[in-house]
Design a protein around this ligand. Structure first.
Ligand code: ATR
Length: 275
């Protein structure tokens, strides 16, 4: 029951009405028995800095940040974690005293979720990442931190792939789609396969049994890439993983408690499958 002591957290985005984050994070608060709430604020493009000012004055404890505000928030917080600075994007803000700290939890969230289900630790594995946006950079950074032996970055625009490799220059290199055949874990961090897009982010020829194939697209949950992965006997992991994982890390940072991953996964699946 909401009351005078309820702690408020939120997502800012535009549009944000279809965000599944409120369902995921509120399920976590409920499972953990916390007197916290998570709401969605539709913040107009260009007004993210105002939202951070409001966060300070209203005592909002934490913010998730989604499109189109990631760059503005990056520029407007009081402090950035080293990781957020390297990646160049913020998806999570925590109020520490009266300072707002910007972090990036996408990549680590995805890896947390993969370690939990299907039980894959990228430490010691060869990772292939398709894409070069904020999500891809976050995944490359987290994979390097987790001890991946090699990371191949493949992107339509090669100059952006080069910049993405710069996030983890010791283990990452620019590669081609054919190079993905050598990878143990393949992660699609592009929007290919989203909505009605029937395109395959990766040609089926590079997929094989034994690989773990991950899509960060979650609309739809079952993408052409995941269908192709299953067809060749690879393990297919849908886009709820990153969504739940980054929310779990935000929950832990904001509340100081361990995130109830199972309850969050269930809520995510339910929210995504309801109209
Ligand atoms: P985000 O920051 O959310 O990760 P982004 O910066 O818009 O998103 O990046 C989207 C990624 O999807 C990019 O790597 C983009 O490739 P380009 O760098 O060449 O633009 C990739 N992408 C989008 N549509 C694509 C398509 N039809 N084919 C291949 N790659 C595509």
């Amino acid at each position: 029951m909401l009351n005078g002591r309820t702690q408020v957290t939120a997502v800012i985005g535009h549009p944000v009405a279809h965000s599944v984050s409120p369902a995921i994070v509120n399920a976590a608060y409920e499972a953990a028995g916390l007197d916290w709430v998570f709401v969605a604020f539709d913040v107009q493009p260009g007004r993210a800095a105002d939202a951070l000012t409001a966060m300070r004055s209203l005592g909002v404890r934490g913010l998730s940040v989604t499109m189109p505000h990631k760059d503005d928030v990056f520029a407007s917080v009081d402090e950035l974690t080293e990781r957020a600075t390297t990646i160049g994007a913020v998806n999570c803000v925590t109020r520490v005293g009266d300072r707002l700290v910007g972090d990036n939890t996408d990549g680590r969230g995805l890896l947390l979720s993969l370690a939990d289900d299907p039980g894959t630790d990228v430490g010691g594995l060869a990772v292939g990442v398709i894409g070069a946006g904020g999500a891809a950079r976050s995944i490359v950074s987290a994979s390097a931190e987790a001890g991946a032996t090699s990371i191949v970055v493949v992107n339509r625009t090669e100059s952006r792939a080069v910049a993405t490799v710069g996030v983890a220059p010791l283990v990452a290199r620019v590669g081609s789609l054919a190079d993905l055949a050598e990878c143990d874990v393949i992660i699609n961090a592009t929007s290919v396969g989203m909505g009605d897009d029937t395109a395959l982010a990766v040609p089926i020829e590079v997929l094989r049994a034994g690989q773990v194939v991950v899509d960060i697209v979650y609309h739809p949950l079952d993408t052409p890439l995941l269908r192709a992965a299953r067809q060749v006997g690879a393990t297919a992991v849908d886009g709820l993983g990153m969504l739940v994982g980054q929310a779990a890390l935000a929950f832990a940072m904001w509340t100081g408690e361990v995130a109830p991953l199972d309850a969050m996964r269930r809520a995510a699946r339910l929210a995504v499958s309801s109209p």
